[in-house]
Design a protein around this ligand. Structure first.
Ligand code: PHE
Length: 344
């Protein structure tokens, strides 16, 4: 017994472990239920009491030494793993978080709205889910007009004489304004519109518009032309020129489509303007007397003009983006090109 104790004591003091697993194995080998020291205690219990005196103390010392060694190894390995990783440097600056940026369409929308506000226009908004009357009926669309066809319009409910649908233009807001606001009227109506179109580089089933309406006594086509020219110069620079082409809309007479000179090739002709030197930016015209009368406005006394533009189209021209789909895909690489931070 004496020799065994001495041998184990030497083993304990020489004990070296590299990992926590090795420490645990050593503990089990020495102090576990079937461990060597535990077994010595079992042997010791069988001894007559005079011999117990001889070894009792040494055996207890061995047990304590083994337990202390195991603890020491455990804590040294523990602190080594802790110190293996980099120590936190509390003086380091914090992790910066990225500010969001405004969507390019929102930037253009704000620009257009600010411009017309400067010209004295109010901003009006209306529902995206509208009834047929406000989108078509009140705007002089004959009952069998193809714009009411399922191919152009997303209907929410059908079979009703005035079915609900997703508005195809924000002219519906202009109708609501004519019904409720006092004359003279000068409003712009920004908003999201929906059309049942196949998605391509030039068309999408969701897009954004700003439409404008001006009704007063003696409003003429010359006023319309001047308003559009002013807008084009503010939006695209002092050299911007406009061209008006005759067109058709059920709610305006006469109607026109407006082109602005291509600011990429300066009118020489490039692939963006398809060699023409002009880019279409909006539709407009003098409000049809039928439309004024439908909203209870005396068409003998009042006249007005209206116009409507697609914001994605203006944004495409402004930043020379040639695929409309970029504006809807929310690719951060694209979105972060426009504005680095939100003004607060
Ligand atoms: N509402 C028309 C459209 O969505 C645009 C427009 C508005 C044309 C006002 C003329 C006058 O295309």
């Amino acid at each position: 017994m004496k020799e065994k104790i001495a041998q184990l004591l030497a083993q304990v003091s020489d004990l070296k472990c590299k990992t926590a697993k090795e420490v645990e194995e050593a503990r089990v080998r020495l102090l576990g239920k079937k461990g060597e020291i535990t077994r010595l205690f079992e042997e010791f219990r069988e001894y007559p009491s005079e011999r117990k005196k001889e070894f009792g103390r040494a055996l207890n010392e061995l047990k304590q030494a083994a337990a202390a060694k195991i603890e020491e190894l455990k804590s040294s390995i523990g602190s080594e793993t802790e110190s293996a990783g980099p120590k936190e440097d509390l003086s380091m600056p914090g992790t910066p978080f990225e500010l969001g940026s405004r969507h390019p369409v929102s930037i253009v929308r704000q620009e257009v709205v600010d411009l017309f506000r400067k010209f004295g226009y109010d901003v009006a908004e209306g529902p995206e889910i509208e009834d047929d009357y406000h989108v078509f009926g009140a705007l002089n669309f004959p009952l069998n007009h193809p714009a009411r066809d399922m191919q152009d319009t997303f209907f929410v409910s059908t079979g009703h004489p005035n079915p609900l649908l997703l508005r195809t233009h924000t002219s519906s807001v202009q109708v609501r304004v004519m019904e409720s606001m006092k004359l003279p009227i000068r409003v712009i109506c920004p908003g999201r519109v929906f059309r049942n179109e196949a998605i391509s580089a030039r068309a999408h089933c969701i897009f954004h518009q700003v439409e404008g309406l001006y009704i007063d006594e003696h409003v003429t086509f010359a006023d319309l032309k001047q308003a559009i020219l002013l807008f084009a110069r503010e939006m695209f620079g002092p050299d911007a020129a406009i061209r008006m082409r005759p067109s058709f809309f059920p709610f305006t007479e006469p109607s026109s489509e407006v082109d602005v000179n291509c600011n990429i090739c300066k009118g020489k002709g490039c692939n963006v303007c398809k060699g023409t030197g002009w880019l279409e930016i909006l539709g407009c015209g003098m409000v049809d007397p039928n439309v004024l009368e439908a909203s209870g406005i005396d068409s003998k006394k009042y006249s007005g003009f209206a116009f409507g533009m697609g914001l994605e189209r203006i944004a495409m021209l402004k930043w020379q983006v040639n695929d409309l789909r970029h504006y809807f895909e929310n690719d951060l690489r694209f979105l972060s090109e426009f504005e680095t931070s939100i003004e607060v």
